[in-house]
Design a protein around this ligand. Structure first.
Ligand SMILES: [Zn+2]
Length: 67
């Protein structure tokens, strides 16, 4: 049950709270780990500590969510 696949285009778009446009996934970053090694371990083992950054193409609003 993997929800995020890097570079795979499978991230579900968020809807902009400001204008209702579909937002573009802008970046993904791990929330908890501090080192790159930690990052890889958490991502592989849990796949749950990723924060997605989404940006609205219309008004530039930026939202994030954890998946
Ligand atoms: Zn917007």
């Amino acid at each position: 049950m993997t929800k995020v696949q890097n570079g795979d285009g499978r991230i579900v778009p968020m809807t902009c709270a400001g204008c209702g446009m579909k937002m573009n996934p802008h970046a993904e970053k791990p929330v908890d780990p501090v080192t790159r090694a930690d990052t890889e371990r958490v991502d592989a083992a849990v796949s749950a500590l990723i924060e997605e950054i989404h940006q609205c193409p219309d008004c530039g609003n930026v939202q994030s969510r954890r998946v």
